[in-house]
Design a protein around this ligand. Structure first.
Ligand code: FAD
Length: 315
């Protein structure tokens, strides 16, 4: 119930305005977000890489309503990738991209992908993939609400024709995901498996934690037995242990899969796993459009919520 309320709040412009003007809220933001500018993300990336971790950088923002905004976002990624190359951070650093930030929902009713929007997002994403290739690194498409999955996987398939290392995210809370993993487990594929951070109806998604975890385990097994590069995105210690055990059972070397976590979440576990020889990648978001991302993090960890609400009320 609390999670659903928070996820509804993540789309409320009124609450977003309140959050943005509360100065103390910044301290919660700082835990999960590298800073407002690309330079902040690159500074954090250098620190993490020198500690033996890898990084995927996300320019925060989603659901753009103007084409010019989508073009600016693509331009920002191209410039970021140039700086990743210049700073010698490729292939340790790659980028993560939301298609709704590149225009996927433009031209329709604004709530779901539309054919015009998909074309705009595909063109923008192709520019980013070309820039990543020139920089010597990769792009992974984030997965957003359940109504975007077919559209995002369709755009992924088109991008992979010219940019076969483009990756995608699969969310284990969706009932369809084991099938999607089977379809994506072929040679060269890069699939980031997470539990899922959006609200979805019971017809499309498992709602009990145990069912989501069991689905995660099934998807993980498919990806680890496949011929692609699984990216195990979770902070859940039991699922991380399962991933490492399945990889060992399947005779996978550490470099043929990776463990991934969010910036600010279980940083000691990130360092420990890397020291144990695992390939660990940290998802580092930056930008001033942090509201939706932050509220999804609070929905995962209600213990952070009380602190955040107090900061909103200025107490
Ligand atoms: P949980 O059961 O939620 O958490 C396990 C433990 O991790 C908790 O007990 C707690 O100790 C710790 N923890 C988890 N979250 C937090 C937090 N916010 N603050 C503090 N501690 C915490 N979701 C999408 O829907 N689409 C995406 O494209 C996407 N990309 C992701 C990329 C990466 C690299 C990662 C790591 C996650 C991504 N997610 C994405 C989010 C994901 O779906 C989950 O919402 C999130 O990872 C929490 O689930 P969990 O697997 O860590 O398990």
């Amino acid at each position: 119930m609390l999670r659903r309320t928070l996820l509804a709040a993540s789309r409320s412009p009124r609450l977003e305005r309140a959050a943005r003007t509360a100065p103390v809220a910044r301290s919660v933001v700082r835990r999960y977000v590298a800073g407002d500018r690309a330079g902040d993300a690159l500074r954090v990336t250098r620190e993490l890489c020198s500690a033996g971790l890898r990084v995927t950088i996300d320019n925060l923002g989603e659901d753009v309503t103007e084409r010019a905004h989508a073009e600016r976002t693509a331009h920002e990624y191209v410039a970021l990738l140039r700086r990743i190359a210049e700073d010698g951070l490729a292939p340790w650093a790659e980028v993560s991209v939301k298609l709704s930030a590149l225009g996927q929902k433009l031209g329709g009713n604004g709530a779901a992908p539309s054919p015009d929007g998909e074309k705009i997002a595909l063109d923008n994403a192709a520019r980013i993939c070309a820039a990543a290739e020139a920089a010597g690194t990769t792009v992974t498409l984030d997965m957003e609400d359940h109504e975007t999955v077919d559209s995002t996987l369709g755009i992924l398939a088109q991008l992979r024709v010219d940019h076969p290392r483009t990756g995608a995210v699969i969310q284990s809370y969706l009932r369809r995901s084991e099938g999607d993993c089977l379809a994506l487990a072929g040679p060269g594929s890069r699939v980031r498996l997470c539990k899922g951070a959006y609200d979805a109806p019971a017809s499309a998604a498992f709602t009990r934690r145990r069912d989501i975890d069991l689905s995660y385990a099934r998807c993980l097994r498919v990806l680890m037995n496949g011929r692609g590069h699984p990216m195990v995105a979770t902070h859940d210690p039991r699922l991380i242990d399962l991933a490492v055990a399945l990889a060992a059972l399947g005779g996978r070397d550490p470099g043929t899969y990776e463990l991934q976590m969010l910036y600010g979440v279980r940083p000691r576990a990130q360092a420990r796993l890397a020291a144990e020889g695992q390939r660990v990648r940290v998802y580092v978001p930056y930008g001033d459009d942090w509201y939706g991302y932050l509220v999804r993090r609070l929905a995962e960890r209600p213990a952070n919520l009380a602190f955040f609400l107090r900061s909103l009320l200025g107490r």
